[in-house]
Write a protein that binds this ligand. Structure first.
Ligand code: GUN
Ligand code: ZN
Length: 421
């Protein structure tokens, strides 16, 4: 597991690896981790021991940006962001007006997260409150640590999919009262992005954040050049895209901005200064032709970065697959992405972006028992390829290059087995 950011402490001090390791859990938490030879004798006689040969135990993966109501439209052909939203996304999200549809998709969506080893996600619902109810009802059954919010959107979208500044405020508030802090669930105030909210709605989003402790805020920023131009036209009085959100007091320690592909130096500095985080979504940025996220610039500013699948613009629920693409984003910019930085992004980095590092993202004793068993023999090619790997760095890198949902043999959440391949 990652214990620090390799960009800060160097690779060797950033992780712990036990070649023959033992993870001990009790009452939903991790109680010990170490070398099997040292820990085994300390276990009580009645403790059940499970041995996984040719496998790697890691923390559960953390997806810091994904859309529940876009599950049914992954891989929609031919458009970039703004046309993609109008042509495919809005019609697909409109189906969530029907609670039965929302429940069906929430079930499929959560199964897919767990099949891919994602134990925590920061999730966009649709504009309909029942999208969030359906998601949280399902997450609660499995005692998952999840964050979600109803989209706020009161302009520049079809009438059938818009709320008003006032209704979005009241509906968000009701969801917060119902779900925020219940078990392992948290609420995120969710203005879709600056172009689909009036100044009145953004004002109320900022107001909500001040009304309850530890609320999250999620939105999109600087994903696409036409989008950025549009924000300039809609908010001519603001210095730039980030300044719109800053003006409405939407930056802060629990604020996560998706994409940030075209952020400038000053904007990265301001995000870092306010403790905000960015979700890096490589499969989406490739699929919509949005551009290449500049991770080294974010690192220079000590900006918190998590990894996002951004399904349905993203093309996979798998954070392993997402890391495969993240590596290529760095290659195209003449930079590297070490397997230990990748592990960090998918686990502890995501936890830090969400301010949950004392609960998830590592295998430290005292944290939630959210962890995975990754199978070295999940495909014939992976099995053969890993036999040529000489150390854990190579093994990890190959898992991220060839791995996918098949690699996730088991997913545990709060100590419970919630997926078995
Ligand atoms: N910007 C505003 N809405 C969306 C969305 O649903 N997906 C992506 N990728 N970008 C957005
Ligand atoms: Zn998105």
């Amino acid at each position: 597991h990652s214990i620090a950011d390799p960009a800060v402490v160097g690779i060797d001090a950033s992780y712990k690896y036990f070649e023959d390791g033992l993870l001990v859990t009790e009452n939903g938490r991790i109680s010990a981790i170490g070398h099997a030879s040292e820990l085994l004798p300390s276990l009580a006689a009645d403790v059940e021991v499970v041995h996984h040969k040719d496998a790697l135990i890691t923390p559960g993966f953390i997806d810091t940006h994904i859309h529940l109501p876009q599950t049914g439209m992954v891989g929609a052909y031919g458009e970039q962001l703004l046309d993609w939203l109008n042509t495919y996304t809005f019609p697909c999200e409109s189906q969530f007006a029907d609670k039965a549809h929302a429940e069906e998709v929430a079930g499929i969506f959560i199964k897919e997260l767990l099949r891919n080893g994602t134990t925590t996600a920061l999730v966009f619902g649709s504009v309909h409150p029942q999208s969030v109810d359906s998601f949280f009802e399902e997450a609660q059954k499995l005692d998952l640590r999840m964050i979600a919010g109803k989209v706020m959107m009161d302009r520049n979208a079809p009438d059938y999919l818009t709320d008003t500044a006032e209704s979005s405020y009241l509906e968000s508030k009701a969801l917060i009262e119902r779900w925020h802090g219940k078990g392992r669930l948290h609420y995120a105030v969710t203005p879709r992005f600056a172009p689909t909210s009036t100044p009145e709605q953004l004002t109320l989003a900022g107001q909500l954040l001040g009304e309850y402790p530890d609320l999250y805020m999620q939105t999109h920023i600087s994903e696409n050049l036409q989008e950025i131009q549009w924000v300039k036209e809609l908010f001519p009085e603001r210095k730039g895209y980030l300044d719109v959100y800053d003006h409405y007091q939407l930056l802060g320690e629990r604020s996560v901005f998706a994409h940030g592909v075209h952020l400038c130096d000053d904007e990265c500095a301001r995000l870092a200064q306010t403790g905000s985080a960015v979700a890096f979504c490589p499969t989406s940025n490739f699929f919509l032709g949005s551009g290449l996220f500049n991770l080294p610039m974010a690192e220079k500013h000590n900006l918190n970065v998590g990894l996002g699948t951004d399904v349905g613009a993203g093309t996979s629920f798998s954070l392993l697959h997402t890391l495969n693409e993240a590596y290529k984003v760095m290659q195209l910019q003449g930079a590297r992405l070490s397997p230990f930085k990748s592990l960090y992004l998918a686990t502890l980095g995501g936890a830090r972006a969400l301010r949950l590092e004392d609960k998830i993202g590592t295998l430290q004793p005292g944290t939630d028992a959210d962890f995975l068993v990754l199978d070295y023999n999940s495909t014939p090619l992976l099995s053969y390829r890993l036999k040529q790997a000489n150390n854990i760095a190579e093994t990890l890198f190959v898992l991220m290059t060839l791995g996918d949902d098949r690699t996730v043999l088991q997913t545990y959440a709060a100590g419970n087995l919630v997926h078995q391949r």
